[in-house]
Every structure is written in structure tokens, then in C-alpha cells.
Design a protein around this ligand. Sequence first.
Ligand SMILES: C[S@@+](CC[C@H](N)C(=O)[O-])C[C@H]1O[C@@H](n2cnc3c(N)ncnc32)[C@H](O)[C@@H]1O
Length: 186
Amino acid sequence: MASDKSPADPFAAVREATAAHRAHHKGCGAYPYDNGPLLGALAATANARRILELGTALGYTALWFARGAPEAVIDTIDHDADHVHLAREQVEAHGMSGHIVVHQGEFAQVLRRLDPGYDVAFFDGFTPTRPVLRELRRLLRARGLLISANLTHKGAEAYLAALQDGKTWETAFLDEERETALSIKL
Ligand SMILES: C[S@@+](CC[C@H](N)C(=O)[O-])C[C@H]1O[C@@H](n2cnc3c(N)ncnc32)[C@H](O)[C@@H]1O
């Protein structure tokens, strides 16, 4: 019988806490991204100092970014007060206060207040939209990396088309379904 050689996920308990939370939070969309280690590796490869995340939930992916890029500050945004409260608890429990900053609010509003110069940005907040992409482009540095999930969601068409225009982004897809893309800001 084949054995599973993949290393244990150091943040498995956060994934489990996210699932437990979702089970009793009506209409909750806090589904953890399925490949935390990949995000950690991408942050490390980029030698990121500033990372921006849209869609915190309980902080699973923010913790992975922090693990991959120990020198980085991760700004992560969520509008759900319960998620923000639980994520801040996880950040503190993992000794990441000051390293991961959880902002509460709508993406559009919080993004407007942030300064440009991010090395990596990650969209994981339900359906990606064109106005949000414009803000992400403003905030990413030249040649910065944008990781976009949920591209198969209905309503993501304009965002997806912009990523593939060949002039403003260099884009590669991570999977056959084209659910997640890696894009470099040109
Ligand atoms: C798929 S979950 C994020 C999962 C998280 N990245 C992880 O892997 O654990 C999406 C999150 O985005 C938040 N969200 C969705 N739309 C938002 C918006 N317009 N502004 C702020 N937060 C939003 C939801 O409250 C939810 O917690």
C-alpha cells in the first residue's frame, strides 16, 4: 500500500478550526485554500517583505505566507467581524502579532487606504472582480506576483480576461481547471 510522504501541515489545526467555525456560522464562506505550502514557497521565492491578502478567514493562508517569508509584514483583509476576531486570536497564538496585520472592512475600502509597494498579493475572497484587480495592480510593485484563486467563479470573467491581455500581466495557471493563476505585473 502506498504511504503518504507529505509532511504534516503545521497549520492543520487552523484548517480544522476554520471547518469547525464554518459548521455553525450561517452562510459562511470560510473555506481554507487547499495548498498552504505552495503559498509559503511562493512568498519565500519572491523574498517578500510586504504581502497583501484578500480573504483572511481564520488566518490559515496568512500564517503560511508568514512561514515562507519570515521578514515580511502580511496585511490581510476580511469584512466578517467573527473571522477577524478569530484570525487575530490565531495570529497571537502563533506569535505573529505585528507580523500579520488583520484589517477589518470591505476590500474596496481597505485597499484604498494602503500604500503601494507589495511584493506579493493573494486574492482569495469569493469572486474576483475587475475593480479589485485595478486596486491590486496599483498596490503591487513592478514585477510583483499576484496569486488569484476562485477564477472559476461565475462573475470572474472580466478579472480573468484582464489577467490574460498579454500587455499588463504575464499569467500562468496552476491547474487544468484554471481555478488559480500566478501573474506578474508588467
Ligand atoms: C475563501 S475565504 C478565505 C480563506 C483563507 N484565505 C484561508 O485559506 O483560510 C474568503 C473570505 O473573504 C471574506 N470576504 C469575502 N468578500 C469580501 C469583501 N468584499 N471584503 C472583505 N472580505 C470579504 C469572507 O468573509 C471570507 O472570510
